[in-house]
Design a protein around this ligand. Structure first.
Ligand SMILES: Cc1cc2nc3c(=O)[nH]c(=O)nc-3n(C[C@H](O)[C@H](O)[C@H](O)COP(=O)(O)OP(=O)(O)OC[C@H]3O[C@@H](n4cnc5c(N)ncnc54)[C@H](O)[C@@H]3O)c2cc1C
Length: 815
């Protein structure tokens, strides 16, 4: 092939909506020397048969950002690239059958408004005015989203492709990538039957083939792509005269209906209906040996299976009786890929340098526009405008075997529109990684949660407490756990509590020069030998990439401990940045950690250890506990006197038992969350994210602009220091009702949204609802009165002094 490119900056594998959008956005950023390979015709994967709905609704800030951006792009794209297409912003109405659903809508509505989407809450009667064919007698409320709509997915892909080509990017159709080879310098060769392409970066945008393509990257550090494939259907009805008449009279299409409590959408398609259910009685494909994934499924569908969706169709006919007047004209049943949480894999490919993923999209039409922008930012800028952890492929680590992916994928699909209550745990595929004291924790009543696949107790139930899934279906504070969390917090406040915390990510960094490396790695200082300190790592814009506890064992020997969920994110950050001669050994799986905290924790430990318990705050020592070797660190995320006790897995059962026998009360993650919020301690990817700079995050004391090392983000932070920060971190006392402020609740000042919460909980020591958040800098003044909108309820919130609410002088910690 004469014009076959032999080199490119980026090769994208896959020409669906997402691959095309990635190419378009790379070209938009000036990276026009990029190539997209498509094994068949563009759109041959999931894209061609997608229904094309483009919602913005989400309770995830990142996903909403991506979807909102898509709607804005699609509205102008046809004109921008001179490729007219069918994009109808019909608006949508979402139906709430319960109070909790109304609360969920209120929350999304408020987030939407913050992003500039004019969502509104309607009464059922208002909805009826806009949609006369709707049955409303049992509805509790309706969310109207004016930006919702539908697009022709093939036209969208072609428009993006045209735009990219016009800027100089290349698309080669009927050219499957057949493998990759990584060169020593980290660049790539992508192989095809038509020739090889040398490139700097590769993107896996292969849709439901992403796992197959992902296999090629294993020799270079890759893992099995965590995904599975579901069969997803929608049916089209025959034309309905009443719809035609309504459309003619009103000059527009009916708004799309999402009856989320029943689990379907219903959209006007020409003058009939398109009904798309997410049925609980769902069907996975290509997960059994007897049903292998074919090498090529381009432009193919499965046989329809209406029995599976019969109940939902019946329900829809009751909701919109007009539907029952027509027959089914056709059914589309196609493959749709699912990651275990139903969100895409978008960002750096775990373990592999210069490779990215933009695949496993279940809403790739709605998210495709935004996804292309995000992917291009990752590659060209090294970071994204919005924090995209929600979709970052590194959020999954070593626990996502195929069984897990299959079980979780089915669970998410069957609950696609379900509410995600803060107290609820989705039950499929538990127990991926167990602490060495797991049995003891559950025997004590531990009600478990999942943290990077590790089981940790969220709270401890007593005999007779309701631990059913049903009891967790609330946004409210109160539930069977409330009294227990209170008791657990009080035990930590008044006596001694113990929390088993498996899965802390641990990296042992040592070798000549480790100290110098660390000084240039973080933004601040490093601890002296024998001490522990926090270090923060910024991205080039000075935004918060991560926080690590840094334990200095010797001059050039450090242990970096970070959040369980940060394992692959931080592991890569550390491993890729250490200089030659400095080694990084990960010990995450070998050791377990207990938090032992409270004013009597010294007494509890005294009888069990030969450690010097008079050593001060922020120190560490090797010692024995219950006769077993252990490592004690004098820190406590609870804000009370306390130690972290680290030990080898095999030694932990004896240590845990001895501490319990000595009178410590087990407490769980939910108590810990309450305790840390009262101290203003930030949590990763809630309070600490790349949405905020270190200065905005109030981490000024961890930034040393005057140190000689040119750490990442230094120039940006210097500039921010001069120009001033736009936002500031604050602690708020909230006059909350039944619910505490979840992540991303809007902060109002008069009629203006001026910030958002990053976390919130009831503080049982201060006996108040507390929120941490970010507010416009001029309002970050103690005493400023704001309102925080919690599930639709505006609650008075007052900015507090910039110091912990509980034990502001840290006297209890230092006791
Ligand atoms: C019935 C149904 C209805 C849907 N409705 C909607 C909807 O209303 N809204 C919405 O947002 N989403 C919807 N979806 C989901 C949507 O279709 C997908 O999320 C989206 O199409 C994914 O786009 P993609 O580009 O990631 O993947 P794909 O469209 O699958 O593209 C991947 C491409 O990679 C190519 N490829 C694979 N391997 C190679 C290789 N080795 N070399 C070169 N090329 C390769 C494939 O041929 C394919 O064209 C629906 C899905 C189904 C099944």
């Amino acid at each position: 092939m004469a014009d076959f490119p032999t080199s490119a900056k980026v090769v994208i594998i896959g020409g669906g909506a997402v691959g095309a959008s990635s190419l378009y956005h790379l070209a938009k950023k000036g990276w026009t020397d990029c190539v997209l390979l498509e094994k068949n015709e563009l759109t041959a994967g999931s894209t061609w048969h997608a229904a094309g709905n483009v919602p913005t609704f989400s309770t995830s800030w990142a996903i909403m950002n991506m979807q909102r951006y898509s709607t804005e792009l699609y509205a102008r794209l046809g004109e921008e690239v001179d490729y007219p297409m069918n994009y109808h912003q019909t608006g949508s109405i979402r139906l709430a059958h319960t109070k909790e659903r109304v609360q969920e809508f209120e929350r999304a509505c408020s987030m939407g408004r913050y992003q500039g989407i004019e969502m509104e809450m309607w009464t059922p009667e208002q909805a009826k005015e806009h949609y006369p064919f709707l049955e409303i007698h049992d509805l509790k409320g309706v969310l109207f989203d004016p930006s919702d709509g539908d697009i022709d997915p093939a036209q969208l892909t072609q428009a993006l492709a045209k735009g990219a080509r016009d800027m100089g990017a290349k698309i080669i159709r009927f050219c499957p990538a057949t493998g990759v080879t990584q060169n020593k310098d980290g660049s790539w060769i992508v192989h095809t039957d038509k020739g090889d392409i040398a490139c700097e970066y590769v993107v896996n945008a292969a849709g439901y083939y992403a796992q197959q393509v992902g296999e090629w990257f294993k020799p270079y550090g890759g893992r099995t792509v965590p995904m599975m494939v579901m069969s997803h259907q929608y049916l089209l009805t025959e034309q309905i005269p009443e719809i035609e008449a309504w459309s003619k009279a009103n000059g527009k299409k009916l708004p799309l209906i999402r009856d989320v409590d029943v689990s379907y959408y219903l959209r006007q398609e020409k003058n009939g209906y398109n009904l798309g259910p997410y049925e609980p009685n769902c069907r996975a494909h290509w997960v059994e040996e007897a049903d292998p994934m074919p090498d090529d499924f381009s432009f193919q569908l499965w046989q329809d299976d209406l029995d599976r969706i019969e109940d939902i169709v019946t329900d829809a006919m009751e909701r919109v009786p007009l539907m029952a007047t027509s027959g089914v004209s056709s059914v589309i049943n196609g493959p749709i890929p699912y990651a275990p949480d139903g969100l895409p894999l978008l960002g750096p490919m775990p373990g592999v340098k210069n490779a990215f993923e933009a695949c496993v999209f279940t809403f790739g039409i709605a998210q495709g526009g935004g996804a292309g922008k995000v992917l291009a930012e990752w590659i060209v800028d090294g970071g994204t405008e919005w924090d995209m952890w929600a979709v970052d492929p590194r959020r999954y680590t070593d626990y996502t075997d195929q069984e897990y992916c299959n079980l979780k994928g089915m669970e998410v699909y069957g609950n696609e529109y379900a509410m995600h209550f803060p107290w609820h745990r989705w039950p499929a595929a538990p127990d991926r990684k167990l602490s060495p004291v797991h049995d003891k924790v559950t025997a004590l009543g531990g009600v478990m949660g999942d943290y990077n696949g590790w089981e940790r107790a969220n709270w401890f139930a007593k005999a007779g407490d309701d631990t059913s899934e049903d009891s967790t279906h609330t946004w409210g504070r109160s539930g069977p756990w409330e009294q227990r969390i209170k008791e657990e917090c009080e035990a930590v406040r008044d006596a001694c509590g113990v929390l088993d915390l498996p899965g802390f990510s641990r990296f042992w960094v040592k070798g000549a020069g480790a100290d110098d490396w660390l000084r240039g790695f973080g933004t601040g200082g490093i601890p002296k030998v024998g001490r522990i300190g926090l270090i923060y790592v910024a991205d080039a814009r000075g935004r918060i990439l991560t926080e690590m506890s840094c334990i200095r064992l010797e001059e050039n020997s450090f242990v970096l401990i970070t959040a369980a969920t940060a394992q692959w994110h931080d592991g890569e950050l550390v491993k890729r940045s250490v200089p030659e001669g400095v080694t990084v050994t990960e010990t995450t799986r070998d050791r377990d950690c207990l938090i032992v905290a409270g004013p009597t924790s010294r007494d509890v430990l005294a009888g069990l250890t030969d450690a010097d318990l008079t050593q001060g705050w922020l120190t560490h020592q090797h010692a024995t506990v219950a006769g077993k070797p252990a490592f004690l660190i004098r820190v406590s995320f609870t804000g009370e006197l306390g130690w972290e006790v680290h030990a080898q897995n095999e030694d932990m059962p004896a240590i845990y038992q001895a501490i319990i026998d000595a009178g410590a009360k087990p407490f769980g993650m939910w108590a810990l969350n309450s305790l840390r919020i009262e101290k203003g301690y930030r949590a990763w990817k809630g309070d600490l994210s790349t949405d905020y700079s270190l200065f905005e995050g109030g981490l000024d004391r961890f930034v040393k602009l005057d140190k000689p090392q040119d750490f990442s983000g230094k120039a940006a932070l210097m500039a921010e220091k001069q120009q001033g920060s736009k936002k500031r971190f604050v602690t708020l006392l909230v006059e909350a009702g039944d619910c505490d402020a979840p992540y991303m609740s809007c902060l109002w000042h008069g009629d203006e949204i001026v910030g958002e919460t990053t976390s919130g909980a009831w503080g049982y020591r201060v006996n108040a609802s507390v929120a941490l958040g970010m507010v416009r800098a001029d309002l970050a003044v103690p005493g400023t009165e704001l309102e925080v909108e919690i599930y639709g309820e505006k609650c008075r919130a007052v900015v507090q002094e910039d110091r912990p609410l509980w034990d502001p002088e840290n006297e209890r910690l230092r006791a």
